[in-house]
Design a protein around this ligand. Structure first.
Ligand SMILES: NC(=O)c1ccc[n+]([C@@H]2O[C@H](COP(=O)([O-])OP(=O)(O)OC[C@H]3O[C@@H](n4cnc5c(N)ncnc54)[C@H](OP(=O)(O)O)[C@@H]3O)[C@@H](O)[C@H]2O)c1
Length: 297
C-alpha cells in the first residue's frame, strides 16, 4: 500500500510517499481503508522531532492520527462494528491507504469522509479543556486563537452548553467566529482592552501559544481558570498545560451526537491528495487554518 512517511526528522520535505507493508488490526483494534486523514499540528511537531522526549517515534515513521474510512478488518475482542461500516476515529499512520484505529465511532449520516476526518482529535481536545477550565452554563469563556480546528470545536460545544464565548482571531476570521456564536475580537496590540470591552471573563483557554498566559490570568483573576494546550511556559504562571489525551471513544460519540443534531460543523479549508502531504504541513505550519485541513486518499 501507499503511505506517507519520514526517515529523518526535519521540514516538510522529509515526507515521502512510499510503498509499505499493510498494517493489521490487533486485539481491540480495527483496520480501515482510509478515505481521508485529518491534519493536526501534532503531525508536523512529531515530524520535526519535537515530541521525541515525551512520545518517541522510531524511524522510518508514518504520519497522522485521525481518519475516516471503511472498515475492512476487525481485531479480536471487538464487537459492534463490521467490514463495510463507515467510521471516523483515531489511530496511527493515517496518511495511508490502510490504517489501524484504536478508537472509532460510526460516521454520522450526511457527512463526507473529508469532513469526518477533521473531527476526532479536535473534539477530544475541546471537551477535555472545557472540562478542565471548569466553565459552566451562564458563564463566559475567553478563547485565544479561536478560529482553528480546536477553536472551532470549543466555540460550538460551549454554545451547546449555554456558555458565552469571547474569541480572538485574525481580522479575516471575525465573521467566522460570529457565525459560530461567539463574540469576536482581533488579537494583537490592545486586545486585552478589547476583550474587557466585551464583558467579564470567568475562564480562558490558550489555543495559540502566542505568549498571552499572563494576560489571560489577569482577565480571569485566577490561574486555575486558565488552561493552555500550546504554551509549555504556562505552569510558570500557575496555569495548567493540558497535554494528556482524554477519552477518545466518548469524544467521538459526543461529536457524532452534536453533528447529527446540527450543533457542530467544522469546515474543511482545504483538502490535499496523499502525494501532497508536505504542502498540507507547510500550510498548517503557517498557523492560520480556518477550521480543518485534510488529506484525501
Ligand atoms: N496539548 C494538546 O493536547 C493539544 C491538542 C490539540 C492541539 N494542540 C496545539 O494547539 C494549537 C492549536 O491547534 P489547532 O489544531 O486548533 O491549530 P490550527 O487549526 O492550526 O489553528 C491555529 C489558529 O491559531 C490562530 N492564531 C495564529 N496566531 C495567533 C495569535 N497570535 N493569537 C491568537 N490566535 C492566533 C489562527 O487564527 P487566524 O488565522 O485567525 O490568525 C488559527 O486559526 C497547536 O499549537 C497544536 O499543536 C495541543
Amino acid at each position: 500500500m501507499k503511505r506517507v512517511s519520514f526517515a529523518e526528522f526535519g521540514g516538510p520535505d522529509v515526507l515521502h510517499l512510499e510503498d509499505a507493508e499493510e498494517p493489521h488490526a490487533g486485539p481491540g483494534q480495527i483496520r480501515v481503508a482510509v478515505r481521508a486523514a485529518g491534519v493536526n499540528p501534532v503531525d508536523w511537531r512529531i515530524r520535526e522531532g519535537q515530541f521525541q522526549k515525551v512520545r518517541p517515534v522510531e524511524l522510518p515513521a508514518g504520519v497522522g492520527q485521525d481518519a475516516a474510512g471503511v472498515v475492512d478488518e476487525v481485531g479480536a475482542g471487538v464487537d459492534g462494528v463490521k467490514a463495510g461500516d463507515r467510521v471516523f476515529g483515531r489511530g496511527a499512520s493515517t496518511y495511508a491507504e490502510f490504517a489501524v484505529l484504536a478508537a472509532w465511532a460510526p460516521m454520522p449520516e450526511d457527512l463526507t469522509y473529508e469532513e469526518a476526518a477533521g473531527y476526532p482529535s479536535v473534539v477530544e481536545t475541546a471537551l477535555r479543556i472545557i472540562g478542565q477550565a471548569g466553565v459552566r452554563s451562564g458563564q463566559t469563556l475567553l478563547v485565544s486563537g479561536a478560529s482553528g480546528g480546536v477553536g472551532s470545536a470549543v466555540l460550538q460545544i460551549a454554545r451547546d452548553r449555554g456558555i458565552t464565548v469571547i474569541g480572538t482571531a485574525g481580522a479575516a476570521n471575525q465573521d467566522y467566529l460570529r457565525e459560530l456564536g461567539a463574540l469576536a475580537t482581533t488579537y494583537g496590540q490592545g486586545w486585552v482592552d478589547r476583550v474587557r470591552g466585551l464583558g467579564p471573563v470567568d475562564a480562558a483557554l490558550d489555543l495559540a501559544g502566542s505568549g498571552v498566559i499572563r494576560e489571560l490570568v489577569e482577565l480571569t483573576g485566577d490561574p486555575r481558570r486558565v488552561v493552555s494546550i500550546a504554551d509549555r511556559g504556562a505552569p510558570a504562571h500557575g496555569v495548567h498545560f493540558s497535554g494528556v489525551t482524554g477519552n477518545v471513544p466518548q469524544a467521538l460519540a459526543k461529536a457524532a451526537d452534536l453533528i447529527s443534531r446540527g450543533r457542530l460543523h467544522i469546515p474543511v479549508e482545504k483538502s490535499y491528495p496523499l502525494a501532497e502531504a508536505a504542502a498540507a504541513h507547510v500550510d498548517s505550519q503557517a498557523g492560520h487554518t480556518r477550521g480543518r485541513r485534510v488529506i484525501t486518499v
